[in-house]
Design a binder for this molecule. Structure first.
Ligand code: CTP
Ligand code: MG
Length: 180
């Protein structure tokens, strides 16, 4: 057991899910699903989520998070990378899909608050932009792993630290137009 590597490895589906919407949009996949999640509806006079939260992004996050979970399951089953938490086969297969869904729902909930606070889509809301998907991931995977307090704090810090790194990576890979 490792106090930092274990939760970090288990959160891979969250990191992948969080990057999935930008990647899928850039690749031009699932074009028919490029529809706002809130269907442009408003609540309290503000858009529920705004134009940057799409059905395509949600589906991409669930599928890519799920795919990551299945890769980790295969690596564990074939004895290549031992998984740090005890899960049944069925739980293991569901873990990535739930985690990916939680990540994208956490992100959408954060966008809801940004809209209510009059923060335009795409404008920063630090540190919530960096941690929204981690919170969603942790909540949606609670049926599988009882996260400890220190694991929660550690992953929130990873979200804050990883954000600039993943932005720079996406910029270098030409997925994003800016490096922030
Ligand atoms: N995205 C998407 N669908 C989602 C989530 C994200 O299409 N459900 C895409 C959008 O193109 C979005 C990008 O991923 O611009 C990055 O997501 P994020 O940084 O969370 O969104 P913001 O542009 O900051 O928008 P918001 O202000 O609503 O958080
Ligand atoms: Mg966000």
């Amino acid at each position: 057991m490792h106090p930092y590597l274990d939760p970090f490895y288990a959160a891979f589906p969250a990191f992948i899910a969080n990057m999935a919407p930008v990647f899928v949009a850039k690749a031009g996949w699932l074009h028919a699903l490029d529809v706002p999640l809130d269907f442009r509806k408003t609540i309290f006079g503000k858009r529920i989520f705004g134009d940057h939260k799409t059905i395509r992004g949600l589906i991409a996050g669930i599928l890519m998070g799920g795919a990551m979970g299945i890769v980790q399951y295969a690596l564990h089953t074939f004895g290549i990378v031992k998984y740090p938490y005890l899960l049944s086969d069925a739980e293991f297969i569901l873990f990535g899909f739930f985690g990916g869904m939680g990540a994208l729902i956490g992100d959408a909930v954060e966008s809801f608050f940004k809209r209510q606070f009059n923060i335009a889509s795409g404008r920063p809301f630090i540190p919530f932009d960096q941690t929204d998907y981690i919170v969603g991931f942790l909540l949606f995977t609670l049926p599988f792993v009882s996260w400890s307090f220190h694991e929660v704090i550690f992953l929130l810090c990873v979200g804050i630290i990883c954000n600039p790194l993943s932005n720079i990576l996406a910029y270098v890979l030409r997925i994003k137009d800016t490096y922030w």
